[in-house]
Ligand binder design. Structure first.
Ligand code: G3H
Ligand code: 13P
Ligand code: ZN
Length: 324
């Protein structure tokens, strides 16, 4: 399904739809199992990197298989959207629309304002003919957005959102209020340190900017990218089992909980799943050095991801029970 009805219900209900990236079978199994067990709607996201790694055709049919798998797990009416994450050209978005994706993102956030509108509008005009919904982005996140490198983040300007949404015709809007991609969302100098644990405490998100945007576009679906919280228990397991992730830091879950209650109705999480996977695999490698059957370390990694996704759905996004 596309995102239209999912978002309308999420905005009304004060919760957010999980948008989880997938690159491999174990991740997809874990997402579907977590969503089936919690009856949560879900957006399965495919990035350009995922297409390169796993092949777009394979990923598309895996997503189709996932719907059947969900039913096998007893989820009678699965609500699953297949979404292109960070599409950067019209041609890429068109190919995903033609190929059966139900939603696409056109990320023109690195372009000048008018070019972003023109590109988004072109994608919207094409996608809507096939009832495919379109996410756009205004404002620049810090860090690396697939191939789009932003030197510095700049928050979305609330005074631009009405014009942008109206003229581009987009169905949802990703905004910049201080989140960013990856496991290093803030430099140590942007944070304070907890005197007890020595861990970094990140600066808060710009909720004032979010509120301004909500006032300008009441009820319009807002999206947050870069919303992993980088659970310190995974970072600690990784670091104590031969890894090296110094000062990895994410967005605190209370802030995401607060955002999910607002017009934010899609929250993107990828890095946390990578951390869960890596922590579980590293643990097996250290504790059972004789193990060489990938099912013996990918299996525990999958179980850990199921726990992570269920936690996000129930404790952070509030989307459990919304797709009975
Ligand atoms: O927004 C970025 C997503 O986490 C996808 O990352 O380009 O490494 O697949 P990727
Ligand atoms: P994280 O790196 O915070 O998981 O963000 C993922 C994302 O925004 C995918 O588009
Ligand atoms: Zn993103």
């Amino acid at each position: 399904m596309n995102t239209r009805e999912m978002f309308a219900k999420a905005v009304d209900g004060g919760y957010a739809i999980p948008a989880f990236n997938f690159n491999n079978m174990e991740q997809l199994q874990a997402i579907i199992k977590a969503c089936a067990e919690t009856k949560s709607p879900v957006i399965l996201q495919v990035s350009s990197g995922a297409r390169k790694y796993a092949n777009q055709t394979l990923l598309r049919y895996m997503a189709e298989g996932a719907v059947e798998y969900a039913k096998e797990l007893g989820w009678e009416h699965p609500q699953i959207c297949l979404h292109l994450d960070h599409g950067d050209t019209f041609e890429l978005c068109k190919s995903c629309v033609d190929f059966g994706f139900s939603s696409v993102m056109i990320d023109g956030s690195s372009l000048p304002y008018e070019e972003n509108i023109a590109l988004t509008k072109k994608v919207v005009e094409y996608a809507h003919q096939f009832d495919v919904t379109v996410e756009a982005e205004l404002g620049v996140l810090a860090g690396v957005e697939d191939d789009v490198v932003a030197e510095e983040s700049h928050y979305t300007k609330p005074e631009e959102v009405i014009d942008f949404a109206t003229r581009s015709g987009c169905d949802s809007l990703a905004i910049s209020i201080g989140t960013s991609h990856g496991a290093y969302k803030f430099k140590p100098e942007q944070c304070t340190r907890d005197p007890q644990t020595g861990k970094l405490v990140p600066p808060p998100l710009a909720f004032d900017v979010l509120e301004e945007i909500e006032k300008k576009l009441p009820g319009f679906p807002i999206v947050l990218h870069g919303s992993s919280s980088v659970p310190q228990e995974y970072v600690d397991i990784i670091n104590s089992h031969g890894g090296n992730l110094p000062d990895a830091v994410g967005i605190p879950e209370e802030q995401l909980r607060k955002a999910a209650k607002s017009a934010v109705c899609k929250i993107n999480i990828d890095s946390d799943s990578r951390l869960a996977f890596t922590a579980a695999v590293r643990k097996v490698f250290v504790e059972k050095p004789g193990e060489f059957d990938p099912r013996k370390y990918c299996g525990p990694a999958r179980d850990e991801m199921v726990r992570l996704y269920k936690h996000k759905i129930i404790e952070v996004l509030g989307s459990d029970g919304k797709a009975e």
